[in-house]
Design a protein around this ligand. Structure first.
Ligand code: 4UV
Length: 528
């Protein structure tokens, strides 16, 4: 037996993302502000945004890009991201959004794996983008630098072409809109195939209870390239004709100033920002009274921490749960719900069905009655927002999506008799650092390239603030005098900063199963 969302199903129109968001926009909404560039205050209204989306789609089509092609997008949160992202989708191409913190080597892997034909980026990221584009054979005229750079077309150049948006036809149920990368339950990052229907569905599923309204000024701090920012900010906020205030990178003073100057009302965060909001003395120096809700997701929010944010700011705090593979939101505490505790991720969103399965036996747990809570088990979810699979990786797809259409999340959850879900542990190997994915397999492979390292395993451990950080267990070669600091520096020199190993412990042997799989639970036990 499974359990369904307690809420009635919603209609998911069979439309492309563009038609869903902008196809029937009210004339009166065209003059509303869609985006405000946080740092400069420059405003883009809906009319201008849509014209830019059409112009970009036209310019891409003029370059032979359309249905069946993949285009890379490497950019922090700037207003042009919205135009470019939706321009790519409007052209019929598929957008592969790339983490703006990636190294050139990381970018190469994603461009290669996705088969991207063009890349759009910004000048501060041009060195790594150009190195990667060259490595995969993308010519300079298909490396578009939004704010301009010698030898590359700019956004202004594309828009000046005034090329009409192409007539494209595809089935929204099967055509891929985006390919974000996620390591899923194991291994290296893989292309998550999300269709137009997946993205439209998730907005329809969250809109009734997330409560983003026309008059909201939503702070767009969470990166648009990550599925949380993509669906909740770029798609849900725009679908409600709200205003996004973009912030390219986190800086506490900038964050607090933007909220108070631009009167932001709805703040979407990952838990580390909650730590700052609850504890940092600077917070008291800013007028944050415009905020009505802080919504946290992407990693577990501590209940007391969430409560401290609510008390200090005098606002609502809510939590949701999601995964790239679910476009991403499957669970959330409703906007209007002051009862559901913050140590939970709330209720299953409409149109979704879940199971909690004991990983040891493969049996579903008993569902509770009265005031009961189920036993913990792996959360499986099914619905119109669940991915089509991993690009070019049938094996990983088969391990994650079962024949009945359930996605095995790799997270351990409980459900109570009211349908409130709690994420209590993680079965999969993934580490979340400040909400970003750190795939242990990638760090382990890197550590093994060190001549003095015989074997290595990486897991997530909690730091003093209760935030997860990557820790390496390292087996040194005989006679090696390698130090912990040297291991940390070796990794730090080769990965982008959020993937750094932050703790090291030397051990004699990495515990492994008979099949050679690292027994991460055994590594966790003594550290816990
Ligand atoms: O694939 P991903 O990087 O995706 C995300 C998406 C999180 C979102 C997005 C929109 C929301 O509205 C929202 O509330 C959350 O993070 O990583 C997926 C994994 O992150 C962990 C869990 O292990 C997922 O499988 N995770 C995400 N949210 C939570 C969480 C949470 N609230 N509590 C515990 N773990």
């Amino acid at each position: 037996m499974s359990f369904r969302s307690p809420f009635p199903d919603v209609d998911v129109p069979a439309l492309s993302v563009y038609d869903f968001l902008f196809g029937s926009i009210d004339e009166a909404d065209l003059d509303r502000s869609a985006l405000i560039d946080g740092p400069s205050g420059a405003v883009t209204d809906y009319r201008t945004l849509i014209a830019q989306v059409d112009g970009i789609a036209g310019a891409l089509a003029a370059r032979g890009i359309g249905v069946g092609d993949v285009v890379g997008l490497l950019s922090p949160n700037v207003p042009a991201f919205a135009a470019v992202f939706h321009g790519i989708l409007r052209s019929g191409a598929t957008a592969t959004t790339i983490n703006a913190l990636y190294t050139a080597a990381d970018i190469v892997k994603q461009l290669e794996d996705s088969g991207a034909k063009a890349v759009l980026t910004v000048s501060p990221l041009l060195p790594q983008a150009a190195e990667a584009a060259e490595a995969v054979g993308i010519p300079a005229d298909l490396l578009i630098v939004l704010d301009g750079a010698e030898g590359h077309p700019s956004l202004r150049d594309l828009l000046a072409e005034r090329a009409p948006a192409p007539e494209v036809s595809f089935d929204p149920a099967t055509h891929l809109a985006v390919l974000p990368y996620s390591s899923g339950t194991t291994g290296r990052p893989k292309g998550v195939m999300l269709t137009h229907r997946n993205l439209v569905a998730n907005v329809c599923q969250i809109n009734p209870r997330m409560g983003i309204g026309r008059d909201d000024r939503v702070l767009a701090l969470l990166p648009f390239f990550h599925i949380y920012g993509m669906t909740v900010l770029l798609n849900a906020a725009l679908s409600n004709r709200a205003t996004l205030v973009t912030m390219p990178k986190f800086d506490l003073v900038e964050f607090l100033s933007l909220i108070s100057e631009r009167k932001c009302t709805y703040i979407f965060i990952a838990p580390p920002v909650a730590v700052a909001l609850a504890k940092h003395p600077l917070v008291d120096q800013y007028d944050l009274s415009s905020i009505h809700t802080v919504f946290s997701g992407a990693a577990p929010l501590d209940k007391a921490l969430g409560g401290a944010v609510a008390a200090r700011l005098g606002c609502n705090v809510r939590q949701g749960y999601g995964m790239s593979e679910m476009s991403p939101v499957s669970h959330a505490i409703p906007f209007s719900d002051n009862e559901t505790p913050l140590d939970s991720v709330g209720f299953t969103v409409p149109n979704m069905e879940c199971k909690i399965v004991d990983p040891a036996t493969g049996e579903e747990v008993e569902y509770p009655t009265g005031d009961g809570v189920s036993a913990a088990g792996e959360l499986w979810c099914k619905g119109p927002n669940v991915m089509a699979g991993y690009l070019g990786n049938d094996e990983a797809t088969a391990e994650t999506l079962d024949a009945d259409g359930y996605l095995h999340t790799g997270d351990i959850a409980t459900v109570d008799a009211h349908g409130v879900v709690r994420i209590v542990d993680r079965l999969k190997e993934l580490i979340k650092y400040k909400g970003y994915q750190v795939p242990p397999a990638e760090l382990e492979a890197l550590l093994l390239t060190h001549p003095q390292i015989a074997d290595a395993a990486v897991i997530g451990v909690l730091d003093e603030d209760g935030e997860e950080v990557p820790k390496a267990f390292v087996v040194r070669q005989p006679d090696s005098s390698l130090t912990e600091d040297e291991v940390i520096a070796f990794v730090a020199d080769r990965v982008s900063p959020y993937k750094k190993v932050r703790r090291v412990q030397f051990i004699d042997v990495v515990p492994k199963s008979a099949a050679g799989k690292i027994l991460r639970k055994d590594l966790r036990a003594p550290t816990a």
